[in-house]
Design a protein around this ligand. Sequence first.
Ligand SMILES: Cc1cc2nc3c(=O)[nH]c(=O)nc-3n(C[C@H](O)[C@H](O)[C@H](O)COP(=O)(O)O)c2cc1C
Length: 218
Amino acid sequence: MVGSVNTTTMLHWVFLIIFASKNKLTMAKLVYIDACVRENDSRTRRIAEPIIKALGEKYEISTFRLPEMNLEPLSPAAYAERAVKIVPEWAAEAARTIAEADRIVIAAPFWDMSFPSVLKVFFEQTSLFGITFDSDDKACYGLCKCKKVLYITTRGMDIPTGDPREQGTPYIKALSTLWNLGELETIAATNMDYSTPEEIEAKVSGCIAEGLEIARDF
Ligand SMILES: Cc1cc2nc3c(=O)[nH]c(=O)nc-3n(C[C@H](O)[C@H](O)[C@H](O)COP(=O)(O)O)c2cc1C
């Protein structure tokens, strides 16, 4: 009797493990790029985290926490190496992960009218010929399979998305055409540096609700 219970339990676990790994293998992929330099104090990250948690139900998530990555812009030496097709292994690997992603979420605060430079450096390092984009004799074209990008941000001033002073959304849209990332949706909390603590909390909650709604069909 004890033996048969053990066998049943074991079989149960074997099926669970097979199901879980099969599910993981067949799960669509999402890349989460976190450029929140103020890390755990970041309002932008606070908005992004529950949305990412919800998306984790249907996507296998690869996270890049840029403030922890000691990213450096392309130096003359790195540029010369790139010309002979030598790129840092981490950058090639990150670019491959991006190219294979079905969805991308970017969380980045509004800095100097766009986003922190660490995000631009990450894009610079991962914008790799033959991985994220290619070209023929006429023009460049994207190699990524992503269909949707969600960009989450918070802005200090009262600057709405689409305002000419807001250069985060247009940049990511432009990159999307180079890499072939599909449509872009922006979630933004604005006037954060001129709001009361209560207003800030309400804006954060509102953006989380908006993001969770988007996450349903994302
Ligand atoms: C270095 C730096 C640059 C900033 N530049 C701008 C700016 O150009 N325009 C603006 O509206 N707010 C600017 N802000 C304010 C931030 O956008 C705002 O505080 C935002 O909510 C910060 O997001 P976080 O809490 O996720 O770090 C800047 C803040 C910092 C620290």
